[in-house]
Design a protein around this ligand. Structure first.
Ligand code: ZN
Length: 478
């Protein structure tokens, strides 16, 4: 077990141990087991995000989450165990995880009970023995409680949300900490295996592929495997009395979960998903993940859809354009992921622009017409509630309450249309495909996109990006 704390080639006992007084075991615990004298220091309690500085933690990177959950819809009680495999990026005397609410019953690092403390949304874990830089280590957190619904500064509901017939965990941008402990910042992506036990009659849907489903003693266990890297804000579990429709999009398996009464929508999804995925693959390159699907729920508390990885979540049956939007996020956002929430436009601008292109392809407005409608304030999407319109702030420097606002979606999609007109179709689509291919499963920043556009087009685009993404007010039509 202690093996996992060892750096490759390191001796079984840390070198410093030889300086400890005898008896060794006692001395180790009392004198050498803590953060003293260079045996490591605590990891940072932030990933350094410019918009959400409380999110994420430093000193390690997560490789894998193994979540085993038991959920009781009748009293909204969640019991969980998170097995987090991570690699230390420094000598670690302690490290933190993000967790909101819930009661921690036990924590272990490398199989040994670890001391924990909580402050705000930080769960600090102090292993008995420091973790050496580069070492892979396993942390097990057992927890239970009634998970919290999170209300964002922009008024949106996320976290753990009860529905008419179950519940759902939604995580953009900070709700995932309401249902499992983790490094909840998109800069630290990991693979996931999520196992959920629910009362018989309920279905638990999570990201990736269903590996196993077993009913025993009045309960059903669903074993989900998501092998590709995933940001925790698109991790999700939806529990409900779902009906399941299975399909295929080419070689890709589809899993469609629909709330009671939404059978027609499920059938429609089974037809539209293959079309959308095929069309987007043609534009953006290969679909990044091993499976796809959707969850069509009934949820009065949530007023948006979310691009939860492999299977977007819809709180009501979506129109085709919204399916196009959420599936576009599988490339833009889920495979190629922002490193800082300030760059939300790297998610939403592309997903919105995909909608415009779909509309044109389906015989509706051309993208240029949509651009003009937005520019002239004629499209309802260019205006928001409370008078916020698409020009109310520049899209690339949003505050926390602005990350899902009109400028981030609409004005950055407008920028993409102007970019396309500036560099031409062949460079533009080459840029999109190159972006997706070069950063597959990675993290990105705005500057990298600008550099790619300049390299592919041979044009200086600094002023252009400044005007469309960073300047207050309405850019000239040009
Ligand atoms: Zn979106």
């Amino acid at each position: 077990m202690a093996d996992t704390l060892r750096r490759p080639g390191q001796q079984t006992l840390p070198r410093r141990l030889s300086r400890c007084a005898i008896p060794l075991a006692l001395a180790f615990v009392t004198a050498c087991g803590g953060a003293d004298e260079g045996q490591g220091r605590p990891g940072a309690q932030s990933a350094g995000d410019s918009v959400f500085p409380r999110l994420g933690n430093g000193g390690y990177r997560v490789e894998h989450y193994g979540l085993t959950l038991d959920y009781r819809p009748e009293d909204n009680l969640l019991e969980g165990k998170a097995v987090i495999t991570a690699r230390a990026t420094q000598d670690l005397s302690a490290f933190s995880l993000d967790l909101k609410g819930l009661r921690v019953r036990e924590a272990r690092v490398a199989g040994r009970t670890a001391h924990t403390s909580r402050k705000g949304t930080k769960l600090t874990v102090r292993p008995r023995q420091p973790v050496a830089r580069e070492a892979e280590f396993t942390t097990e957190i057992s927890y239970r409680g009634t998970p919290q619904t999170v209300h964002d500064v922009d008024g949106a509901t996320e976290g753990w949300v009860e529905t008419e017939h179950g519940a759902v965990g939604l995580g953009e941008p900070e709700g995932s900490m309401a249902w499992f402990p983790g490094n909840h910042h998109p800069s630290d992506k990991a693979a996931y295996d999520i196992t959920v036990t629910v009362p018989k009659g309920y279905t638990a849907v999570a990201n990736g592929e269903l590996r196993q489903q077993e009913t025993k003693g009045g309960k059903t266990t669903f074993v989900w495997h998501n092998g590709e890297p995933m940001a925790s804000y698109v991790a999700s579990v939806a529990v409900g009395e779902f009906r399941i429709t299975r399909g295929r999009a080419g070689r890709l398996p589809l899993y469609i979960a629909s709330a009671p009464g939404e059978e027609a929508a499920a059938e429609r999804m089974n037809k539209v998903l293959p079309r959308v995925l095929d069309w987007e693959t043609g534009l953006f390159g290969p679909y990044p993940f091993s499976s796809a699907g959707v969850v069509i729920d009934r949820n009065e508390e949530v007023h948006y859809a979310l691009e939860t990885q492999t299977k977007p979540y819809f709180q009501e049956p979506p129109d085709d354009k919204l399916v196009v939007h959420e599936m576009a996020h599988q490339w833009f956002g889920n495979s190629v992921t922002l490193r800082d929430w300030r760059d939300m436009w790297l998610n939403e601008g592309f997903a919105q622009y995909a909608e415009w292109m779909w509309e044109e392809k389906e015989g509706g407005r051309t993208v240029r017409q949509t651009f003009d409608d937005y520019y002239d304030g004629k499209d309802p999407e260019s205006k928001g509630p409370a008078g916020e319109d698409i020009w109310s702030y520049p899209p690339a420097t949003p505050d926390a309450e602005q990350i899902s606002g009109r400028p981030v979606y609409g004005r950055s999609a407008m920028m993409l249309q102007r970019l396309r007109e500036t560099v031409g179709d062949s460079v533009f689509f080459d840029v999109l495909r190159t972006w997706v291919r070069e950063h597959r499963f990675g993290n990105v920043e705005a500057q990298q996109f600008f550099a790619l556009c300049e390299a592919k087009s041979g044009k200086g685009l600094g002023e252009f990006f400044r005007t469309w993404l960073y300047m207050a007010g309405k850019p000239p039509r040009s």
